[in-house]
Design a protein around this ligand. Structure first.
Ligand SMILES: Cc1ncc(COP(=O)(O)O)c(C=O)c1O
Length: 452
């Protein structure tokens, strides 16, 4: 078990006195001008409605990060020997409470979801190499799993002789039941011919198209069907939807803290459920702590900047300046993004990609078919055009029709292009009005993606 945590604050004076932190009077809720101030470093004139991709970090947290960086640079030896590990443990303890884990040693801090996927999949690769898994045993994943995760499967599982079962989810989607039915079919394929499903990878919020997946229900099905391990890729979850790792019940659960939790890039937590059968996970970057448990290994992977891991206590303080704390932020962002998505769908005569209850702080909205988003290339062209000509940061998704047939952009009502909008505390109505008007402008100019 890790030693007890002593909380430090880099704002402490030369005598190390940081008692003033606990004596601070309780702050009243953050005001609109204060929110503007916190995000004043965002480039002016840009409608940033893509918090989902890279997140955002308020000025007070950037300042906190700089203080930690300075603490290291002022006296590296002292910082390394006396402070760094204690502070990382403090951040892990906060995260443990936030996600309802049982033990702090179930919580590792890593760089990002990509690293977490490598940790889990590397372990699967070793099991094939050691002969514990047999050639052809399967890993199950969703067809819309994040590209980095797919590549990790290719690198660690396919290469080692594992097979991959891809579960195709419908989109647009109307209910959890549609997802659950497809997932059950995928598991059945994985188990055909007596093969074992060694790992299921389930997104909690898919990236593109964006949908909240009924992760808890899918994990339960995995348990019933004898899937050996379950990894939930919840890169978008913390700060966007409620996270309770015990309720979800997966073996591994990762969420980025730099997407919706206001941390600077890059930092994520990886929860690994403690059980007698817990696998022997290791960080892919091996350093002095190899063999001392994943959380300790991850807390020192060589000399680097660890400051993004140390700001977690200050982030919590920042979040608590908002009414209702994290839950309050999540609810307001969700309500606002659904309202904005509905406004856009109405303006364009289209529809949302999923019902509101399947949206986090992001929503997919169909684009008018006359725009002719008929390939991934078209989607990228439109995204680039919106950035370059309208100052809009927003991702576009190409969705193949269910029958696989793409008709010409003749306004037949077949939607193959979707825009994914995000809402974070800094967004305003103007951001979405700009998107609405930009698309309407392109339509009235008779523009189609091929021409852009
Ligand atoms: C579902 C999902 N998984 C993994 C990732 C990778 O996150 P990162 O680039 O922070 O490693 C993302 C990034 O958007 C994602 O959406």
């Amino acid at each position: 078990m890790d030693p007890p945590t002593k909380i430090e604050d880099p704002r402490a004076d030369a005598n190390g006195d940081n008692n003033h932190v606990s004596k601070k009077p309780k702050l009243s809720f953050i005001s609109e001008p204060e929110i503007r101030q916190e995000f004043a470093h965002h480039k002016p004139g840009i409608a940033r409605i893509n918090n989902g991709s890279f997140g955002s970090c308020p000025a007070s947290i950037i300042a906190s990060q700089k203080r930690w960086q300075l603490r290291f640079l002022q006296q590296p030896d002292d910082f390394f020997f006396n402070h760094l590990q204690r502070q990382i443990l403090h951040s892990r303890t906060i995260i443990k409470d936030l996600i309802n884990a049982d033990h702090v040693d179930e919580v590792s801090i890593v760089d990002n979801a990509t690293t977490a996927a490598a940790i889990v999949l590397q372990n699967v690769g070793w099991a094939f190499a050691d002969g514990r898994f047999q050639k052809g045993d399967a890993v199950v994943m969703l067809h819309c799993a994040f590209q980095a995760v797919k590549k990790s499967i290719e690198a660690y599982v396919t290469r080692a002789g594992g097979s991959v079962i891809v579960v195709h989810l419908p989109f647009p989607v109307n209910s959890n039941e549609e997802i659950i039915a497809e997932f059950r079919k995928g598991l059945a394929r994985g188990k055909a011919n007596g093969k074992k499903v060694r790992l299921a990878i389930i997104d909690h919020i898919t990236s593109m198209p964006c949908v909240v997946i009924p992760a808890r229900e899918l994990v339960k099905i995995c348990r019933e069907e004898g899937v050996e391990r379950v990894f939930v890729d919840a890169a978008h979850a913390i700060g966007s939807i409620h996270v309770d790792v015990k309720e979800i019940g997966a073996d591994f659960y990762v969420s980025n803290l730099h997407k919706w939790f206001f941390c600077p890039p890059s930092v994520a937590f990886l929860y690994c459920r403690k059980s007698p059968l817990s696998p022997d996970l290791h960080h892919p970057v091996v350093s002095h702590e190899y063999g001392n448990g994943l959380a300790i290994e991850s807390a020192w992977i060589g000399t680097r900047d660890y400051s993004s891991q140390l700001v977690v206590p200050d982030v919590v303080e920042f979040i608590n300046r908002f009414e209702g704390g994290l839950e309050g932020i999540q609810k307001r962002n969700h309500d606002a993004v659904v309202e904005m998505g509905t406004m856009l769908a109405k303006a364009w005569g289209t529809n949302l990609g999923s019902p509101p209850e399947m949206c986090p702080s992001m929503v997919m909205i169909g684009l008018p078919s006359r725009l002719g988003v008929l390939s991934d290339d078209d989607a990228l062209k439109l995204r680039t055009h919106l950035r370059d000509h309208f100052g809009l940061e927003v991702p576009i998704h190409f969705q193949m029709t269910r029958d696989g047939e793409i008709r010409a952009a003749d306004g037949d009502g077949c939607i193959t292009g979707y825009v994914r909008i995000s809402h974070q505390v800094y967004n305003t109505l103007d951001d979405y009005v700009r998107l609405r008007d930009a698309i309407n402008q392109l339509l009235s100019d008779g523009a189609v993606c091929k021409m852009l």
